[in-house]
Write a protein of this length. Sequence first.
Length: 643
Amino acid sequence: MIRKIVCVGVLLTLTACATKPTPFTLDERKQGIAQDRVAIFDGQENLGQKLSLHEAMARALKYNLDHRTKLFEKQVALGQYDLTKYDFLPTLRASGGVRTRSTTPISDSFDTLTNTPAKSFATASDKTIQTADLRMIWNVLDFGVTYYQVKQEADRTLIADENRRKVVNRLIRDVRGSFWKAASAQVLEPEVQRILYDARCALEDAKLAGLKRLSAPRKALQYQKKLLKLINQLENLQHKMILARTELAVLINVPLGTNIKLDVPKKLSLDVAKIPFCLPKMEEIALLERPELREEMYKKRITTQETKKAMLRLLPGIEFDTGGSYDSNSFLHYNTWADAGGRITWNVFNLLSGNSVMDHAHAQETLADQRRMAIHMAILAQVHLSYREYLHAQYQLKRSTEMQDVENKLTKQLHNAAKTQNRLDIIGADISALNATFHRYEAYAAIQNAAGRVYATLGVDPLAGDLSDTSLKAVTQHLKQNMKPWSKAAAEPFFWNCYPSKYENGTFNREQCVAPPVVVKKSPFVVKKAPLVISLQGVTFANSSADLTLSSNSVLNNAVNTLRKHNTVRVEVAAHTDDRGEAVYNLELSHQRAQSVYDYLVQHGIAASRLSEQGYGETKPIADNATDSGRAQNRRVELRILK
């Protein structure tokens, strides 16, 4: 038998050594690529005659591979969460087997009374024995660790959903920008083809004239050079249009090269929708809705639960077990039996690492807090930058419109005087006008992209609400309904305080969005004749800092409304400190705080020409600095009416 076992072991060893890496063959790779090509577009609804903006967004959300990958990641996270819950159950272990030997297990015996070996031999076991065992084991410490592990997995599923929302926001933003680029290409394509055809014909005529020496060689070559430059401009323009279609095709996951007809008019109206929020409300929405910040909050909770798991592992482990067993040994009086027991295990050396474990856990929690605050500031910066980009895109659209008007007028004059102009001038004018039109459409696509970026920075989920029907038509309609406030042009800007505080409802009444009246009797900012000092009570800053607190916004917004009402008044923003600290430091700090309030007023529409700022440090107290209440009164910001 031993020989057989050795032979089997040698055979298995040789088999393992004979295994070597096997690369895929060329045919296998081709077959895999063909299968992937089919799978990429499998199950998609066919494109209709024309593709609308909201349908393009719906197709991106349903069929884009990045989004589908995030959906699968969410499903994996949910599966892991479900699997972890089974760890609450105790361990139920079943085992059984047969063991045999070639000889009877005989043992010598020793007579302890005579202190001599016994003359007889004994055995207490058969040569072949069958065993079976069924045991239930439950560890109290593992149960506690599993409790926090399950909570961590639940948070990871929420993180997976936030990652999906990030992809949704990015896709909606990218589709919006690519759609309008492709729309511009679709509208301008006939004109591009016409002018490009005329330019190429003119180039061929110029070459033929040069060969026949109908004009001086140098003049003919210069003419051809100018035509080639114009043709190059047109071909670059055509290249940009092709890229726009390709970008859109990738986003909505249709075969590249598909002729996509967009549902847009033959001439774009270029009606730009307003952003229905001002910066304070945008900051509030972004901090509530951005998936990155939510993700960090979940990560912080996971880190806290990891700390609790580390604390549990420092405790003794308490384990209970019970079960039944069977043994076929004929020498046993009872072949079946049940037993139960308990034990406590504790690695005492864990106490030595206890402080290090807790310090590490505390460091992880601190890191999570710092990372969340960094993201907090990054989100605020993104909101401001995206809004400024949107405003700049508006200016660019206005300038490109003016440029288009000028180019069209010049082209019209050249065409009217066609008899006195050569063909090159007319083609050049047509191309200049076409370029101006294209730049205007580019500016329109840019402002649409900028608006999409603003909403992406807000983190609003366009799929929020009941979406039980996931067909393409239903998703398209759902997006169209949810995004109505995003695309509706407003004659007047929205005011941040007219929007409901519970943004999650996604509803608002446009008729109620009017400028709140300024009630002079109730307002603490009544403008009287100069000189008048208005104390902005409630405007506070972070300790030893010029950063405004969020609670200051309401007071400053009232000041903004009052200054708008009295639009001829000039004021000085004056900041004061108490006497704690060095006088030079307090003076500089007051300058910085006055500048912060000055910047806030300018950002919210108050002309800089009406404002000035001054820091007075501790030089003008209005109360006794010896008491806390007195120092609190001295730390103040005032508006001094100058004119």
